[in-house]
Write a protein that binds this ligand. Structure first.
Ligand code: ATP
Length: 259
């Protein structure tokens, strides 16, 4: 395990207890993300993507193995990572009683940034996302795409070193999603934020990531696709689909093999 890399999973397994029985959600999961790198994790529903991300966020403890984020154990050193890991969710999760500007200031408030500085930072992010004239608008006065932009601004305002985008575009219509995707990618590149996209969409993974990890069940990397080494996004998408087929075959093999 290289402690200098911002995110490392080393031989990580996670077991849940379901109806008095052990259930393996991740098995011997190994991967890392380099500083400033953008990766995507793709996998079918139930393959353990969320469980892996919960361990990254320190919300779940691995049953075995080690997770390291920015040199810390996220479960045991939860407070040390406060403000260092940002998340963009599928839904905007804006507070309806706060204006766009006040929503962007929320994380900064939690980090006890003084009011004048908070306002200035929110103003800068509203401008960067083309929302300056909506600073005082409430979420119900904004379109879905604008709300997601406010949520993105709220995440970037804390200047996270690691960003997690969890199905960040799947609640938007395809046209809005493609515009917001471009916005988010631009910010990730400008800020050089180490980023993990979680997605079910093969074309999206091929478009946003430099490297794609295809997850199989229980949570493990069945194929790694280095988009940088391929000639086109289409070729990357084809490689990801091969990975998903491998994951399905492996999962069927596990289901049918005698225990
Ligand atoms: N807290 C929990 N307790 C028990 N089992 C759980 C818990 N969380 C997840 N699981 C199980 O672990 C497996 C992996 O779930 P997980 O949510 O990590 O998958 P996922 O790949 O994120 O799925 P999706 O794409 O649908 O979000 C599933 O079978 C799920 O039922």
């Amino acid at each position: 395990m290289n402690p200098d890399l911002p995110v490392t999973f080393q031989n990580v397994s996670k077991r849940y207890t379901q109806r008095d029985e052990d259930f393996l959600a991740c098995r011997n999961l190994n991967f890392s993300v380099a500083e400033g790198e953008t990766i995507a994790i793709v996998g079918e529903t139930g393959c353990g993507k969320s469980t892996a991300m919960q361990m990254l966020l320190g919300l779940q403890q691995p049953s075995e193995g080690r997770v390291q984020v920015l040199g810390c154990d996220p479960f045991k050193e939860f407070d040390a990572l406060r403000g260092q890991v940002g998340i963009v969710f599928q839904t905007d999760r804006l507070l309806p009683w706060r204006t766009a500007s006040q929503n962007i200031q929320f994380g900064l408030q939690v980090l006890r940034i003084p009011k004048a500085r908070r306002r200035r930072i929110a103003g800068e992010w509203l401008e960067r996302l083309g929302l300056s004239q909506f600073a005082d608008a409430y979420p119900h006065q904004l379109s879905g795409g604008m709300r997601q932009r406010v949520a993105i601004a709220r995440t970037f305002a804390i200047e996270p070193r690691v960003l997690l985008a969890d199905e960040a575009f799947s609640a938007l219509d395809e046209i809005t999603a493609s515009v917001i995707r471009v916005d988010l990618l631009r910010l990730v590149r400008e800020q050089r934020t180490t980023t993990i996209f979680i997605t079910h969409s093969v074309p999206e993974a091929a478009e946003v990531a430099e490297r794609v990890l295809v997850f199989g069940r229980p949570g493990q990397v069945v194929k790694e696709v280095n988009v940088r080494d391929l000639s086109s996004r289409e070729e990357a998408a084809a490689e990801i689909r091969i990975g998903l087929q491998m994951a399905r075959a492996e999962s069927r093999r596990c289901e049918t093999s005698p225990t």
